[in-house]
Write a protein that binds this ligand. Structure first.
Ligand SMILES: [Zn+2]
Length: 244
């Protein structure tokens, strides 16, 4: 899952807009960011599988995508976030951070092959396999899920039409990156073009950078929008005061 994680991060931010948007956005993508790093370090293992919808099999992703690892990363991220926000928001921020990271496993479960282990090395693995058994249904389901979260986010943040549309366009473009075959997506291009030996490092860099750019880029825009909104509100309040 890709767009769904980002959309959930946006929605979580819309519930706590006074907190930095990076907390839920980076949090919801945290497990895939670690996955990118561990692929680069050759700890995680993937193999090319051009016949599959995803283009690869995720042979070993237990240190980031197992349930126990997700909970542990979530706890670590929550502790990190807790030290970075001011006192009055600490507990809410930590809870939000933990929830965002752990949500990743639940969303991945809804589409992944049985490659989500219970704990590192466990043979007990989870995943609905929807990505491979019904790739277009999985893709459409993620689109509908993201669309719903986008609508709720736009409503909660009281975004105007132009900003809502911009957010929808970004999510739509992100979702095109995981369109199943016969659609063309970057993972499939990579599997067909890159030598097997380079698949792990290049895949790792691609996963890490795509999630980092998407989450930090969106956070930056959300910060600008909230500042613009606050300035607008302050001006409106000042006007009301003047006319009184
Ligand atoms: Zn993932």
């Amino acid at each position: 899952m890709f767009t769904g994680h980002i959309a959930l991060g946006l929605f979580l931010y819309s519930l706590y807009p006074s907190l930095p948007p990076e907390i839920p956005l980076v949090g919801s993508a945290f497990i895939d960011l670690i996955n990118g790093i561990l692929l680069l370090l050759s700890v995680d293992r993937i193999s090319p599988a051009p016949h599959l919808s995803l283009g690869v099999t995720l042979d070993f992703i237990d240190y980031d995508h197992s349930l126990l690892a997700c909970i542990a990363w979530g706890a670590m991220y929550a502790v990190m976030v807790r030290t970075m926000v001011n006192k009055e928001h600490r507990n809410t921020a930590a809870l939000l951070a933990f929830g965002a990271v752990v949500s990743h496993w639940v969303l991945d479960y809804s589409v992944h092959q049985k490659d989500l282990a219970m704990y590192p090395g466990s043979t007990l693995k989870f995943g609905t396999e929807l990505w491979e058994t019904h790739p277009w249904s999985a893709w459409s389901m993620e689109a509908v899920f993201s669309l719903g979260l986008w609508a709720a986010t736009a409503k909660n943040l009281r975004l105007d039409k132009s900003k809502s549309l911009k957010m929808a366009c970004v999510l739509g473009l992100l979702h095109l990156n995981i369109v199943p075959p016969p659609g063309v997506n970057p993972m499939h291009i990579m599997v067909h073009r890159v030598d097997t030996n380079w698949l792990r490092p290049i895949g790792g860099i691609a996963i890490f950078s795509s999630f980092l750019i998407a989450t930090l880029g969106m956070s930056k825009v959300l910060r600008q929008w909230s500042t613009a909104h606050n300035v607008k509100e302050a001006i409106a309040k000042a006007r009301v005061k003047k006319t009184r």
